[in-house]
Design a protein around this ligand. Structure first.
Ligand SMILES: Nc1ncnc2c1ncn2[C@@H]1O[C@H](COP(=O)(O)OP(=O)(O)OP(=O)(O)O)[C@@H](O)[C@H]1O
Ligand code: SF4
Ligand SMILES: [Mg+2]
Length: 367
């Protein structure tokens, strides 16, 4: 952990406000991102979690100015004060690699098969710094050392195909950190790799952060990854942030049933809390067309139809004691965070167990 989770306004390296991204398709408009606000402090490590299709990559691509041309955006994304949305390609090229860089899931997305890895790192350095090839190659070898490539001087001459998946991802991290960026975005950087290699890649990322003092946005399905690295977490669902807060708050006092589901257990009303549950049944809603009510409602064992099906909950402080740093989008966030949904369920006279069964039955039979 970098230990920097408190954010002061104005000091953010990344400020996303009211970001919406729509894709017009033959079937209709896909609302991929529906109003995301996000700030990243210098050196902060922010974990972004959520199931497939929740809008994580689209948010990251928008931040890099890499969305497909047909994407329709609203809101604002400022990288070190520079607006990215609507920026000219030349301005974006000045930011990318220098102020903000990205590590994709598949390292071959970033590597060119026909050049040696040393040459590619040197090229990244020379794109933003006034240094000669010889110096750039020396620095490339240093960077390969930082990310843990054995025999870096020799390996710099090899082409990407001569490296394993994990070693390629290290090379990509070396490129991402080459110009001491303020922000590194890593979109599922370890998902395609086996468990041992995953740990090594995370270690290489940590070393990159130590060397560059950059902030990190780490997108992942794996909460275990976030636990070891992040200061703060954003949970995304159906194109929105549905919970955000310091990592310990999210792990020990989740306030949104979806987060509780991601963590593998549900709040208990009448049991001892030791039972682990399976992955959340069902799947996220279609993002085609407009959503009504809470997007998690069809899967939520705590849904109260007359409230949850009517109004989409806003992201709000999850209880008075959190000082506004822990936010959740659930009509009953306070109760979830407190670990007791008693009053709500008592008031509606429905037991949680019945709600789980009802929700599952509904999912089996469809809407
Ligand atoms: N170019 C596009 N055209 C139409 N829809 C798109 C496009 N790109 C993304 N989407 C849709 O936007 C939504 C969000 O996608 P995104 O790739 O951000 O999800 P994700 O959270 O990164 O998922 P994963 O964990 O699978 O990577 C999905 O419904 C996806 O199908
Ligand atoms: S608003 Fe209702 S449906 Fe949505 S997460 Fe909260 S309890 Fe569940
Ligand atoms: Mg993705």
């Amino acid at each position: 952990m970098t230990g920097l989770s408190v954010q002061s306004p104005g000091a953010s390296v990344l400020e996303i406000e009211g970001l919406s991204v729509d894709f017009p398709t033959a079937e209709g408009v896909v609302h991929a991102v529906r109003g995301v606000d996000l700030r990243l402090a210098p050196r902060e490590v922010l974990g972004v979690v959520g199931e497939s299709g929740s809008g994580k990559s689209v948010t990251a691509l928008a931040t890099m100015g890499l969305l497909p041309r047909n994407a329709k955006t609203q809101g604002s994304i400022r990288v070190k004060g520079t607006e990215v949305l609507g920026a000219k390609e030349k301005a974006l090229m000045g930011l990318r690699g220098r102020t903000i860089s990205m590590v994709f899931q598949d390292p071959m997305t970033s590597l060119n098969p026909v050049y040696s890895v040393g040459w590619q790192i040197a090229e990244a350095l020379q794109a933003h710094q006034d240094i000669d090839k010889e110096e750039a190659m020396r620095r490339a070898v240093d960077l390969l050392t930082v990310v843990g490539i054995p025999n870096p001087k020799e390996r710099a001459k090899d082409y990407p195909h001569a490296f394993s998946g994990g070693m390629r991802q290290r090379v990509v991290i070396a490129i991402a950190m080459a110009n001491d960026p303020e922000i590194i975005l890593a979109d599922e950087p370890t998902t395609a790799l086996d468990v041992t290699v995953q740990a090594q890649i995370l270690e290489a990322l940590k070393r990159a952060l130590t060397e560059t003092h950059s902030a990190l946005v780490l997108i992942t399905h794996d909460l275990g990854v976030i636990a070891g690295l992040a200061d703060r977490v954003v949970v995304m669902y159906a194109g929105r942030a549905v919970e955000t807060g310091p990592v310990d708050e999210i792990f020990y006092r989740p306030a949104m049933p979806y987060t509780v589901g991601l963590l593998g257990s549900l709040p208990r009303l009448d049991r001892d809390g030791t039972e682990r549950l399976r992955p959340i049944p069902g799947s996220p809603p279609s993002l085609l067309g407009e959503l009504r009510g809470c997007p998690f409602a069809p899967r939520c064992p705590m849904r109260v139809p007359e409230v949850c099906d009517v109004e989409e909950p806003a992201l709000q402080p999850a209880g008075p004691q959190t000082g506004g740093v822990h936010l959740a989008a659930c009509h009953f966030a306070d109760k979830v965070a407190a670990g007791t949904t008693g009053p709500i369920f008592a008031a509606t006279a429905v037991d949680l167990t019945d709600r789980v069964a009802a929700a599952e039955g509904e999912l089996r039979t469809g809407p």
